[in-house]
Design a protein around this ligand. Sequence first.
Ligand SMILES: NC(=O)c1ccc[n+]([C@@H]2O[C@H](COP(=O)([O-])OP(=O)(O)OC[C@H]3O[C@@H](n4cnc5c(N)ncnc54)[C@H](OP(=O)(O)O)[C@@H]3O)[C@@H](O)[C@H]2O)c1
Length: 317
Amino acid sequence: MPTIEKPLIAIVGATSKQGRSVVTALLQSQRFRVRALTRKKDTSAAQSLEALGAEIVTVPLELGHQKDLVAALKGADGAFLMTPPIAPPETIEAPLGRQLADAAVEAGVGHIVFSTLENVDKVSKGTKYAPHFTDKAHVADYIRGLPISHSFVMLAFFYTNLLEYYVPRFEGDTILLPIYLPEDFRAPFVDPLTATGPVVLEIFSNPALYNGKTLPIVGDVISPREMVEAFQRVTGIKAEYRNAFTRDGLLRHFPEFAANELLVRELLGMVEYAVEYGYYGKEHDLDWSRRLNPDTLNWERYLRSTGWRGDKRSFGL
Ligand SMILES: NC(=O)c1ccc[n+]([C@@H]2O[C@H](COP(=O)([O-])OP(=O)(O)OC[C@H]3O[C@@H](n4cnc5c(N)ncnc54)[C@H](OP(=O)(O)O)[C@@H]3O)[C@@H](O)[C@H]2O)c1
């Protein structure tokens, strides 16, 4: 009797926080085969995906490699597409995203899921500078015009930003948490490592249902004051909020950012946008991903499950 093969899903940026979550959820479901695209095969991150059962394919994630991308996506029933972190003045994010989508169309992929964000430029009428949001929105607009079934995920601010980039420091017995939002402003946050996969699994399990849809992925809607209180409660360490959302605050706590003025403008623009307009457009149901996956971690459960006590963490394995 012929065996029916499980659908194959290709994951761009498979070793990223989002990508690893998707690979893990798809393989754990035992309903999909996974092809993990990476720039390098011999890293521990790639090897750990291989150990989970993913097929590893090396391909450059840069402009001018359409042919390689088409070859890497050939035969896939679905593809998860994301663009890596790209700091200004580099401006390749929109063309890179379009190239990924074009390659998926050329390879004959059945359904794509692109990780996008809101169009800050449009929403703020050009007053806020956050190209890593707007560029993704431009890619999403481009994908809407392509002859391919598609969905979008839109992730909240990552909890991991505080562990990776806005790392706290001790002053005596007190830990100071410089957070890039005003103390009482509630913003959506999420753990990309555990929350992305279940949503993308749901989409690839029902692509027709989610065709054309944008799905927000949210773990908590929480203010810095509440984050610091939860940190104290969970760790037992005395903790205080510090402002890293104004230029002065940001550069006082993270003087290294001053080396890239455009990056400073982008970080401030992103935060001003979130505070003044809301991180997500009002049309989104911010509870959807938590109803879908009741195990989605809120901030307090994230702290408990990771055991984070304020140390700097890196997520490249
Ligand atoms: N931080 C937030 O709050 C937040 C919120 C929503 C969306 N986002 C978006 O999420 C994306 C980042 O996702 P992530 O944090 O999951 O990624 P990540 O963990 O930083 O990993 C990025 C991956 O992309 C690959 N890569 C290819 N070219 C790269 C390059 N030039 N620089 C760095 N990595 C490169 C690397 O894989 P290989 O080495 O295996 O090729 C790496 O594993 C960004 O586009 C960001 O704007 C972030």
